[in-house]
Design a protein around this ligand. Structure first.
Ligand SMILES: Cc1ncc(COP(=O)(O)O)c(C=O)c1O
Length: 456
């Protein structure tokens, strides 16, 4: 079975409908050609993000009713703590309202101004917090990750030579920690191999450098290890996830992805002192260490969701549904980032719009055109998301200039994927009509969320 059927049946439905093309054009212009600024009621199929857009199971909804909304010491916190300890193997957990809450705590506590943080490609909010706390971010992902056309496994791997070079040049004590993302969102959802995680652990241990994972899509990463890496075919997803984290000192987690919930996150660590400091700091930004900005019911749903995500039938369908969309687009000649990653299909805007330069924001414009043509909402992951260099003020110019078609978990069917593919294939036939953009409003940080544009 290449594309397995949904391993669930649908108990509650949400109606979607498509507004006419001329209205979509008007809505897109009113939104400053930024898909983040559209009203969701005007969107037919919403592939803006997989973050917090998951459909929860009957068991999670039942768990919501078991929410213990005590200000301190909620039973749901203890359930979440026990679940994360068992599945991830870390000693301590601090809940946060979402992933960036955990990034904020870790960056404040683990970075001294002037230090370096190295990672397998940047992520927007993660790098923001690292830089805000005085670090310089160094990308040490393997070169393959930057090439959209290269179809090789584990493009999320860290290049060990780049890591060694950084240690030699800057000195281990000047490296705050390594931030290893499983999977790498901006590379196209590309996974990291177990072999690479082990090697990173060995090298960093030899120099006393800490490694914190961005665990956001760790279950998706584990599926790839089972599918592609020798020796893991017969291991369960749970065993693989556990081994992955055995090579880390802790992690930040956006529960809004692989915990199958709509809100939540947490920070984990083994170090007792760091835990003690995180407990002190979390009360400033999130709330008591036993709720961290979440309702008791949210923590319950997250504990149940994380366990559900480890079920093989769930994760196999998840990965293969995304792959189905990618395969369809590729078969029609639409340029995508290869191989297809875990949470999204990324259109390669450089090849989709070869008539536009990167400074004309091809991916931003392509995302706007996709909405107008198809009613499907996607997002830019290219020069706009990359922002500006904090020293020079120049645009970061990533090699990957992409539009992300992000698939929410357990929400859409293969028929929805067909509609998305057919619409984009149609648009590709008159791609020359996609025009370049310029800013009319450029926010100072994380500009992709709220920027506005006009056609040149
Ligand atoms: C790889 C990665 N890290 C961190 C985050 C931040 O998580 P959150 O949106 O829950 O703050 C995200 C969210 O999109 C992500 O994809």
């Amino acid at each position: 079975m290449i594309y397995p059927a949904e391993p669930f049946r649908i108990k509650s439905v949400e109606t979607v409908s498509m507004i006419p093309r001329d209205e979509r054009l008007k809505k897109m212009e009113e939104a400053g050609l930024n898909t983040f600024l559209l009203n969701s009621k005007d969107v037919y199929i919403d592939l803006l993000t997989d973050s917090g857009t998951n459909a929860m199971s009957d068991k999670q909804w039942a768990g919501m009713m078991m929410g213990d909304e005590a200000y301190a010491g909620s039973v749901n916190f203890y359930h979440l703590e026990a679940t994360v300890r068992e599945l991830f193997g870390f000693k301590h957990i601090v809940p946060t309202h979402q992933g960036r809450g955990a990034e904020n705590l870790l960056s404040q506590l683990a970075i001294k101004p002037g230090q370096y943080v190295a990672g397998n490609m940047y992520f927007t909010t993660t790098r923001y917090h690292q830089e805000k706390n005085g670090a310089s971010f160094v990308d040490i992902v393997c070169d393959e990750a930057h090439d959209a056309t290269l179809n090789v496994p584990f493009k999320g791997n860290i290049d060990l030579n780049k890591l060694q070079k950084l240690i030699d040049e800057k000195g281990a004590k000047n490296i705050a920690y390594i931030c290893l993302a499983v999977t790498v969102n901006l590379a196209g959802g590309q996974p990291v191999s177990m072999e690479n995680m082990r090697a990173v652990r060995e090298l960093t241990s030899a120099h006393g450098i800490k490694v914190y994972y961005d665990a956001t899509r760790c279950v998706e990463n584990a599926y790839y290890i089972k599918e592609l890496e020798k020796g893991f075919e017969n291991k369960s997803i749970k065993e693989i996830v556990h081994e992955m984290f055995s090579y880390a000192d802790g992690c930040t987690m956006s529960g809004k992805k692989d915990c199958l919930v709509n809100i939540g996150g947490f920070l984990c660590m083994n170090d007792d002192d760091l835990f003690s400091q995180a407990r002190e700091l979390v009360v400033v930004y999130e709330g008591m260490p036993s709720y961290g900005g979440l309702a008791g019911r949210d923590m319950e749903a997250m504990a149940i969701g994380l366990r559900e995500a480890m079920q093989f039938e769930y994760i196999e369908h998840r990965i293969k549904q995304v792959r189905y969309l990618g395969d369809k687009l590729k078969a029609a000649g639409v340029p995508i980032v290869e191989p297809v990653g875990g949470h999204a299909v990324f259109l390669d805007a450089r090849r989709f719009c070869p008539h536009l330069s990167q400074e004309e924001f091809p991916a931003q414009s392509l995302a706007a055109s996709i909405y107008v043509e198809t009613g499907v909402r996607s997002m830019e992951r290219g020069i706009i998301s990359a922002g500006r260099n904090k020293e020079t003020g120049e645009h970061h110019k990533p090699k990957l200039e992409t539009v992300r078609l992000t698939i929410p978990r357990r929400v859409y069917t293969y028929a929805h994927m067909d509609v998305v593919a057919d619409g984009i294939i149609q648009l590709y036939k008159h791609k020359e009509d996609i025009r370049g953009l310029r800013f009319t409003y450029e926010p100072k940080q994380l500009r992709f969320f709220t920027a506005r544009f006009e056609y040149i």
